[in-house]
Write a protein that binds this ligand. Structure first.
Ligand code: NAD
Ligand code: UDX
Length: 467
């Protein structure tokens, strides 16, 4: 079976970049990415490539090459579904905010709506690919919706979770550690798997394309994110021990990372992990474990999230206690709001929680992030409902220049590890701040020895405070 026409439902951080790379690498396949969000589709079609809705290094070049050739962005969902041989579902699967499983289970309403729409519209047989991250056994629910239309159309459901990380999405898509495809063990299932393998084989070596049954594929995605987040929480748990004992977290990371069984990656202590995936996917795993009555398993994984909450809270607590137990009326500048560098995504960013805590202490915040918009920053805060929108705007100001942002600040907090922060004129910054001038490096990226020489009092996550 050769695929000629792909549709992807969901033009977000995953659907957009993933389909752009497929279109770039498979010029003979027509790829249409659809979304109900008209603004998002308009942004994907924007002539000015700096206005794409997702900022990812290198993405503009990929889109430039394929868009209009065999890559299309559209709001005509029904048409794209009907025309396609293969449909990727890449819609959001946030944590449920209501009803049973509130605050833990994945909200699958968008997935179900897609399945129902496909069932209603499809006139010929199709392969439906789960690209979204889903609880194990979701494929059976999708199958049941698709198979009960009575119109004789046959569907194969594949699970093909996405492992890209934001900020490196294009490189991750071009050179993935592996591509995972789960499908039915029947002959039709195997044919469908092969059709998807053939697409990826256009640029990915065969040995990196792994095929499994559907359930293993669905569960592997949750497992991978749980393991990665667990590493961050583990190193963050050690960072507070370092601060109390005089050990240095970077030295500890290096020492343990040289053990080939542990490995050096994902051992960077931080103010806490963010991003749309880790917390949501672990909570989903916790919920699944609870559903099967596996309370010990649920508690084990939940601790990764609790540790992360602790890390964010202790960062803001430390700012308050270091600034002589009050930040009321003091100006604190945030460098960074995104959940990591090289992305404009702020979902679950540690900066949001730290800001909220400090605003509750009546601090005045000044925020500079090279890629995040003012509108986004206020929306993130307003969403918490901790105080009125007016108060958020009164207490927090967004700046588009770092040197303006720090004027008359009492302290600077590094919330995102943007490279440009390392290149600033820190003497000039010091000169324009209140004294004593404090720096709280939540990402461990600054040379605190050099900063101390200038006169800053420096706190670096996982190290003793230097004066
Ligand atoms: P997103 O919110 O950026 O994008 C989802 C898009 O789907 C939105 O634009 C929304 O308007 C659209 N949508 C929702 N329902 C729709 C419908 N019925 N018809 C058409 N469009 C619809 O989400 P995302 O970050 O791209 O994540 C998508 C999935 O991929 C999630 O399950 C997530 O867990 C998973 N994932 C995300 C990442 C990541 O780094 N963001 C990485 C791997 C996997
Ligand atoms: C993650 C997974 O890495 C990816 O495979 C999956 O597809 C989606 O979820 P993402 O959330 O985009 O990707 O970024 P990631 O690089 O994993 O970082 C997540 C968070 O952990 C960020 O806030 C990051 O700053 C933090 N982190 C990561 C650390 O604090 N320390 C580390 O050593 C690594």
């Amino acid at each position: 079976m050769t695929i000629k026409n792909i549709c992807c439902i969901g033009a977000g951080y995953v659907g957009g970049p993933t389909m752009s790379v497929i279109a770039q690498k498979c010029p003979n396949i027509k790829v249409t990415v659809v979304d109900i969000n008209e603004d998002r589709i308009a942004a994907w079609n924007h002539k000015d490539l700096s206005r794409l809705p997702v900022y990812e290094p290198g993405l503009d070049k990929v889109v430039e090459e394929a868009r209009g050739r065999n890559l299309f962005f559209s709001t005509e969902v029904d048409k794209a579904i009907n025309d396609a041989d293969m449909i990727f579902i890449s819609v959001n699967t946030p944590t449920k905010t209501y009803g049973k499983g509130k605050g833990m289970a994945a909200d699958l309403k968008y997935i179900e709506l897609c399945a129902r729409q496909i069932a209603r519209v499809a006139k010929q047989d199709k392969i439906v690919v789960e690209k979204s991250t889903l609880p194990v056994r979701t494929a059976s629910a999708i199958k049941s919706i698709l198979e009960n239309t009575g119109n004789g159309v046959q569907f194969q459901i594949l699970s093909n979770p996405e492992f890209l990380a934001e900020g490196t999405a294009v490189q991750d898509l071009l050179h993935p550690d592996r591509v995972l495809i789960g499908g039915d063990t029947t002959q039709e299932g195997q044919k469908a798997i092969q059709a998807l393998v053939d697409i990826y084989a256009n640029w990915i070596p065969n040995e990196r394309i792994l095929t499994t049954n559907v359930w293993s594929s669905e569960l592997s995605k949750l497992t991978a994110n749980a393991f990665l987040a667990q590493r961050v929480s583990s190193i963050n748990a050690m960072s507070v021990i370092c601060e109390n004992t005089g050990a240095d977290i970077n030295e500890v990371s290096k020492a343990i990372g040289m053990d080939s069984r542990i490995g050096p990656k994902f051992l960077k202590a931080s103010v806490g992990f963010g991003g749309s995936c880790f917390q949501k996917d672990i909570l989903n795993l916790v919920y699944i474990a609870k559903t099967y009555g596996l309370d010990e398993v649920a508690d084990y994984w939940e601790q990764v999230v609790l540790m992360n909450d602790y890390q964010k809270n202790r960062f803001s607590d430390n700012i308050v206690s270091t600034l002589y137990n009050t930040v009321s009326g003091k100006k604190i500048t945030f460098f960074g709001w995104a959940f990591k560098k090289d992305t404009n995504d702020t979902r679950e960013s540690a900066a949001i929680k730290v800001a909220d805590n400090l605003l509750s202490e009546k601090a005045n915040l000044s925020v500079y992030d090279p890629k995040v918009t003012e509108e986004r920053i206020y929306a993130d805060l307003d969403y918490l409902n901790s105080r009125s929108e007016e108060e958020n705007r009164k207490l927090l100001k967004v700046q588009n220049n770092p040197y303006n942002a720090i004027k008359n600040s009492h302290a600077i907090a590094i919330l995102t590890e943007w490279d440009e922060f390392k290149t600033y004129d820190w003497q000039k910054i010091y000169d324009n701040m209140h004294k004593p001038a404090f720096i709280f490096d939540g990402r461990g990226i600054l040379d605190t020895k050099a900063l101390s020489k200038i006169g800053f009092i420096c706190y670096k996550i996982g190290s003793a405070t230097t004066v």
